[in-house]
Design a protein around this ligand. Structure first.
Ligand code: MN3
Length: 201
């Protein structure tokens, strides 16, 4: 087996009340598992079996749709679980906070831009904060694309990502994606985002 479902770094109910336990259970155990299974099936017997998911994403334009969709799904969700935690939220600190202020003016302006990227993504996709060309950028991608991919409009190393597929919020928020995003700020693991920022430079 080339790729495996990473263990969720907290209990299914750890992000309540902002993200409910049932959503987490299905999202991790069914949706993410399906991306991993389908990715492994798509690359069986191929050199990609021994490649990192990051390297597969970086040359995604050479891959068939099954690898783009499921490889992206595996990378994106693996990142997503780690940038949330029980008792998260608040404001970023240190170098990543400085970089946010320098790129967007202040944290509140960044939040507005990021939320807008998530709210206005039509259909399914992701909102991202990415180190791109040495500075931070906000963007969104469709489906399971991400900023590592050579097909992305804004390319770089994502340090924060938000899943805006309906499966990420529909049980609790139904069609109210903006409310899901507003509550999601309360579970962000800024320590992990700062770590990813320091490694991306
Ligand atoms: Mn998802």
């Amino acid at each position: 087996m080339a790729f495996e479902l990473p263990k969720l770094p907290y209990a299914f109910d750890a992000l309540q009340p902002h993200i409910d336990a049932k959503t987490m259970e299905i999202h991790h155990g069914k949706h993410h598992q399906a991306y991993v299974t389908n990715l492994n099936n798509a690359i069986a017997g191929k050199p990609e079996e021994s490649m990192s998911i990051e390297d597969i994403c970086k040359n995604i334009s050479k891959q068939p749709p099954a690898v783009r969709n499921n490889g992206g799904g595996h990378y994106n969700h693996s990142l997503f679980w780690t940038i949330m935690k029980q008792g998260g939220g608040g404001n970023p600190t240190g170098a990543v906070a400085d970089a946010i202020n320098s790129a967007f003016g202040n944290f509140e302006e960044f939040k507005k831009l990021f939320a807008a990227a998530g709210v206005t993504r039509f259909g399914s996709g992701w909102a991202w904060l990415t180190v791109s060309g040495g500075k931070l950028a906000v963007s969104s991608t469709p489906n399971q694309d991400n900023p590592l991919m050579d097909v992305a409009e804004i390319k770089g190393t994502p340090i924060l990502g938000l899943d805006v597929w309906e499966h990420a919020y529909y049980l609790k928020y139904q069609n109210r994606r903006p409310e899901y995003i507003e509550n999601w700020w309360n579970v962000i693991n800024w320590i992990e985002v700062a770590k990813r920022f320091s490694e991306a430079k």
